[in-house]
Design a protein around this ligand. Sequence first.
Ligand SMILES: C[S@@+](CC[C@H](N)C(=O)[O-])C[C@H]1O[C@@H](n2cnc3c(N)ncnc32)[C@H](O)[C@@H]1O
Length: 398
Amino acid sequence: MAVWEAASVHQPVLLAEVIHWLAPKAGGVYADGNLGLGGHAAAVLEQSGPDGRLLGFDWDQQALELARQRLAVYGRRAILLRRNFTELEASLAELAIDHIDGLLLDLGISSLQLDGSPTVSVQQHPDTGPSGDRARLKYTGYEAPGCLPESAALLNAYGPLNRQVVAHGEQLRPTAAGRGFSFRRDEPLDMRMDNRGATTAADLLAQKSAAELADIFYYYGEERQARRIAARLVEARQQAPITTTARLAELVAAAVPRRFHPSKIHVATRVFQALRIAVNRELENLETILAMAPPLLKTGGRFCVISFHSLEDRLVKRAFAADPRLRVLTSKPVLPGPAELAANPRARSAKLRVAERLPTTTSEQDRLGQGKRSGAGRRGQEKKAGGGRLARSEGGAS
Ligand SMILES: C[S@@+](CC[C@H](N)C(=O)[O-])C[C@H]1O[C@@H](n2cnc3c(N)ncnc32)[C@H](O)[C@@H]1O
């Protein structure tokens, strides 16, 4: 029987550092707001064995399905939800969990989402003939008899592989269509991590005014040519709607005079980042969880956040520093070491910040007591205590 091995498609960033700072222990309850393929989550469950529990969130159905399969070995210790991580508090209440020992956020998108489909390195077991196995993989699609569990998970998640020719040792690109996160391939401009969301990147490009688009590019992409680009896009959409990554990248390149093209990144990089952030309301969601999480942590509980660009990192740094319920443990962000940087290009811009929940103050305890007596929710009480400075996002994904 053939044996197919899938190379890991998403390497968890700063894994050793996360485990060091989160310090999972037996019996603990942890939350992972960005399950992705469950790499960090698996390590947390390993470290907190035999009975630590993990509540994992991902709003992307494909990611959640892969994480579910990967974490199945942990049985009921892993509780996985297709929800926005901003629903952490409500989810804990539903599960009758009062406080957690740690929360991890690994923000942004996974390589799975960025690439549109995973690259799976397929190794064929030496005792099988190539054509037979090709046929089996091709026609059985989902089942792929003989797959290792991880391969099966990937194949299952990406559907029938009937457009692929697979040969021994070749890179296999399953057929799931990309969502337009990158300009490197021509794809529809969707950019929703959660396909239940109402608005795609193409919708934003069709509906927003030039001024609104310029604001998106400037604030979420730190793009200095924002106005110029927005004006060009608004002009171009009168001819035909902008619905593909290739067209958008071309229009951006044409809008920016050659001398202003950045030397190290593609000229459209910042516009793509900005649209993705806007479509997924990434900064609003981050603000919401930064305000929501501190009171949900036990005393000494750790809040670890990995961010990938300065807009996120700034929010994390400021929220940690301003929250009287937290003690910052990392005065400077923790960065990946040279070995990780060499092995995983995605780690390049990663920054980890960690804060610890301080003991509950007497006045806080009083307020909590009153809250319980009056039947008011804990969040309402604690928001008044300093957590309510940021609005709750409307970008619910559940
Ligand atoms: C960088 S990946 C996480 C990778 C993961 N730590 C691992 O080890 O595989 C980020 C994931 O978070 C998810 N995500 C982003 N924002 C989210 C949100 N507000 N709520 C739930 N999931 C979110 C994305 O769908 C994506 O799968």
